[in-house]
Write a protein that binds this ligand. Structure first.
Ligand code: NDP
Ligand code: HSE
Length: 432
């Protein structure tokens, strides 16, 4: 028996128009597989006059997303507008009206996931969000369902397509930062505000969602260490290469033996031999280690119209299944088996430190003495033969140390008269 389900699209930009296009392309196939025909009843946009790259009948377009909620023929609303306050109100209203919700809005979920899912639970309404993390990779479904029998030991991911694209273009084509970002924007990968891509926060929103799902409580954004790629230079990429590493924006999520959680997003040196080092361009990858399954790896396009709409279509099928056979807990299950997020200052790793120093005898000894005095051991030193504005670069790799202690030592180094540029401190990850 075939069932028809009416859906409403809030947003017809990169993702929204992709969902419509691919629903036309594969709707019959989806109907064969799921027994459900999805009928787009209305599409809400901001500006009716905006030219559209994907054709849809004019009569579908409206400018008030609330009309999707008011329409009794619409049972599933898909929020693809972006932003925070407006979509939050929209999703709240949709849940209160008993509509199933699908969203790709990671910023919204990272900041308001707790209240959204509490309300959804209270009203017994499903909220799905596969497209919010890692584009086309079905990582939400994997963490929520396929790995339900595992404790998560760690999740490491490249979760932002734009920044990975930029780093790849800087590494492989020697492009500067700005033209590489311009390319990513043209390709539809970047956020409406691309600052979120380059300052690490888009990846952090996704890491918050994954960590919350893996550990059963909503992680506070203020507990997450977030650094962006904007401070990484072409020279750092070269120095890392000499040391046998690639620089990637890595999300690190792990539980320690006291069940405290660490969530960090930062440009990180990873060994060239590690599989994440060869994840390039817009591709994302997520390495999940569970106590039962061991190591797993998920790989695919992390941004862009088609991969993201593939994730939304998967959610549509799931939302339809939940409407046909209602079940409890659709979307997010909380539990209190894990405690807190530990302070970023307590997280331990090795480090890459780049300084611009005076080119005179005794400087290296002074730097080594300062680090030694702070209890931080040096692993290796490289001093390439190049000068920039009265200083020479000095690159050190440093033994495991708590991040707080390392930051204090970097600040002490920055205050030395022989140090001429702001130190750049990056994490190094060995995945052990
Ligand atoms: P776009 O900016 O391309 O599209 C946004 C759409 O929402 C536009 O059609 C816009 O209308 C409409 N819109 C915005 N505000 C309103 C409003 N108040 N009322 C009605 N319509 C509104 O964004 P994307 O498609 O790139 O992203 C959408 C969401 O998906 C975001 O949350 C984003 O973070 C997320 N996402 C994006 C990915 C990507 O690769 N682009 C990947 C994964 C998630 P109009 O066209 O008239 O301006
Ligand atoms: N701007 C995001 C990225 C879109 O580049 O990864 C996908 O979430």
């Amino acid at each position: 028996m075939k069932t028809e389900i009416g859906i409403g699209l809030a947003g017809f930009g990169t993702v929204g128009s992709g969902v419509y296009k691919n629903l036309i392309r594969n709707g019959a196939l989806i109907e064969e597989r799921t027994g459900v025909a999805f009928a787009v009843r209305r599409i809400a946009v901001k500006d009716l006059a905006e030219p559209r790259k994907v054709d849809a009948p004019d009569e579908l377009f409206i400018t008030s997303p609330d009309d999707l909620i008011a329409d009794p023929s619409i049972r599933i609303v898909i929020e693809l507008m972006g932003g925070i306050e407006f979509p939050l109100k929209f999703i709240r209203k949709a849940i209160l009206a008993g509509k199933s919700v699908i969203t790709a809005n990671k910023a919204l979920l990272a900041e308001h996931g707790k209240e959204i899912f509490e309300l959804a639970k209270e009203k017994n309404v499903a909220v799905f969000y596969e497209a919010a993390v890692a584009g086309g990779i079905p990582i939400i479904k994997a963490v929520r369902e396929a790995f339900v029998g595992n404790r998560f030991e760690s999740i490491h991911g490249i979760l932002n397509g734009t920044s990975n694209y930029i780093l790849t273009r800087m590494t492989d084509a020697g492009l500067d930062f700005s033209p590489a970002l311009g390319e990513a924007q043209k390709l539809g990968y970047a956020e409406a505000d691309p600052a979120l891509d380059v300052n690490g926060w888009d990846a952090a929103h996704k890491a918050i969602i994954l960590a919350s799902l893996a550990y059963g409580f909503w992680v506070e954004p203020s507990k997450v260490l977030v650094e962006g790629i904007e401070k990484v230079t072409a020279s750092d990429i070269r120095f890392a290469d000499e040391l046998g590493y690639r620089i990637k924006l890595i999300a690190t999520i792990k539980a320690d033996d006291k069940d405290e959680i660490e969530v960090r997003v930062a440009p990180t040196l990873i060994p060239k031999s590690h599989v994440l080092a060869s994840v390039n361009g817009v591709f994302n990858a997520v390495a999940v280690r569970g106590d039962v399954v061991g190591e797993t790896l998920f790989y695919g396009r992390g941004a862009g119209q088609d991969p993201t709409s593939s994730a939304v279509l998967g959610d549509l099928a799931e939302a339809a299944a939940a409407l046909i056979s209602p079940r409890e807990s659709c979307g997010f299950a909380t539990h209190d088996l894990y405690g807190e997020c530990k302070p970023a200052a307590d997280s331990i790793s090795k480090y890459y430190l780049r300084l611009g120093v005076e080119d005179r005898p005794g400087v290296l000894a002074q730097i080594a003495g300062t680090l030694g005095g702070a209890g931080i051991g040096i692993l290796s030193v490289i001093q390439p033969e190049s000068h920039t504005e009265g200083s020479v670069p000095l690159v050190l790799t440093l033994h495991d140390a708590p991040y707080g202690k390392m930051q204090t030592a970097a600040a002490t180094l920055a205050s030395l008269p022989c140090v001429k540029t702001e130190p750049l401190l990056l994490h190094m990850e060995s995945f052990s």
